[in-house]
Write a protein that binds this ligand. Structure first.
Ligand SMILES: C[S@@+](CC[C@H](N)C(=O)[O-])C[C@H]1O[C@@H](n2cnc3c(N)ncnc32)[C@H](O)[C@@H]1O
Length: 281
C-alpha cells in the first residue's frame, strides 16, 4: 500500500482520540524509526509504497495507538536531554519538566570541581545518565526499588556511554548510605490518589503505579525520608534537588526549613506550575 494511503488510514482511525497534528507526528516518528524515512522522504516521493510485510509494524502500532498506548512505549524509546532512552512498562516515560530539573542542577553546581551525585528513584536512569554525561567531573550513583527498572537503566547507561553506579534498595527502608554526596536529587512518586481522577487515562493504564502514586494521608513520605538521609549524607553546603507535586510547594518549603536546610527556592516548570525545589545543607 502507498505510504500516503496508510497515513490517511491513521487519521481516519485515530481522529476520535487525537488531533490531526498529533496523528501526523505519531506517523512521522513511526516511519522514521521503522524505515528511516522522514517527512521529506514522503513529500519528495508521494507514491512510495510498502509491501504487505513491510507495512505490518505500522498497522500494529496503529492498533496500539487506538488503545491509547503512549508512543514511547510502542517504540520503546524516549528522548531526554538530547539523549535516547529505552523505556518499558517498568519505567516512567521521562517528562520535559524533569529535563528542566536536570538543567537547573547544571546551572547551580560548579562544573569544574569533582562532584558526587545521588539520584533516588532513577527509573529509566534519565536524570542520573544525563548528569553523568553533562558533568564531566561527576561520579553518579542511582537508586531504585525496582530491579526491572534498574535493568533498563543499566542498558541506557551503556547505550549512552555513561558511567553510573546502580543500587537496588527501598529508600523508605534505608537508614544508611555508604558515602556522602555533594548533590542528592530525586523525582520520587508524588501523585496523590485523590488526583487520580484528573489524570489522563493513558498514564493510568500504562505507566507503573509504583513510580507515580503516594497515599493521600502522607503525600510527602518520600521527601521526608530523603531529607532525613540528606541531613546525614549530604556534604556541608551540598544541594538537595526535588521534582515536586505542583500543589505542595509551600509544604515542601516548610519541610526543608523544618530540617534546617538553607537557601531553599521553588522553581516553576514551563507550564507555570511549582515543579521543583532546591535547598542547601
Ligand atoms: C516518578 S518516577 C521517576 C523516574 C525517573 N527518575 C524520572 O524522572 O523519569 C519514581 C521512581 O521511584 C521509584 N521508587 C518508588 N518507590 C521507591 C522506593 N521505596 N525506593 C526507591 N525507589 C522507589 C520507582 O520505581 C520510580 O522509578
Amino acid at each position: 500500500m502507498r505510504l500516503k494511503e496508510i497515513k490517511q488510514i491513521f487519521h481516519k482511525e485515530l481522529e476520535a482520540v487525537y488531533d490531526a497534528m498529533e496523528i501526523d507526528s505519531f506517523f512521522y516518528r513511526l516511519i522514521e524509526q521503522y524505515y528511516d524515512f522522514t517527512r521529506l522522504t514522503l513529500a519528495l516521493q508521494p507514491e512510495m509504497s510498502l509491501s504487505k510485510e513491510e507495512e505490518q509494524p505500522l498497522f500494529e502500532a496503529l492498533a496500539e495507538l487506538k488503545e491509547q498506548k503512549p508512543l514511547q512505549y510502542i517504540l520503546k524509546t524516549a528522548y531526554f536531554c538530547g539523549l535516547t532512552f529505552e523505556v518499558t512498562p517498568d519505567t516512567l516515560i521521562p517528562r520535559p519538566e524533569t529535563e528542566e530539573l536536570v538543567q537547573w542542577i547544571g546551572e547551580t553546581v560548579d562544573k569544574n570541581v569533582p562532584l558526587r551525585i545521588l539520584d533516588i528513584g532513577t527509573g529509566s536512569g534519565c536524570i542520573a545518565i544525563s548528569l553523568a554525561k553533562s558533568l564531566a567531573n561527576a561520579e553518579v550513583t542511582a537508586i531504585d526499588i525496582s530491579s526491572k527498572a534498574l535493568e533498563v537503566a543499566k542498558r541506557n547507561a551503556e547505550n549512552n556511554n555513561a558511567s553510573v553506579i546502580f543500587i537496588q534498595t527501598d529508600i523508605l527502608e534505608t537508614t544508611q548510605l555508604s558515602q556522602t554526596y555533594d548533590v542528592i536529587v530525586s523525582n520520587p512518586p508524588y501523585v496523590r490518589m485523590l488526583e487520580k481522577a484528573s489524570m489522563k487515562s493513558n498514564v493510568l493504564a500504562y505507566e507503573p503505579h509504583t513510580a507515580l502514586f503516594v497515599e493521600d494521608k502522607n503525600p510527602l513520605i518520600f521527601y521526608e525520608a530523603i531529607t532525613e538521609l540528606a541531613k546525614r549524607y549530604l556534604e556541608e553546603g551540598g544541594w538537595l534537588f526535588f521534582e515536586i507535586n505542583q500543589y505542595l510547594g509551600v509544604e515542601m518549603k516548610e519541610l526543608l526549613a523544618k530540617h534546617q536546610f538553607k537557601n531553599s527556592s521553588l522553581q516553576k516548570d514551563m507550564y507555570g506550575n511549582d515543579r521543583m525545589i532546591k535547598a542547601q545543607k
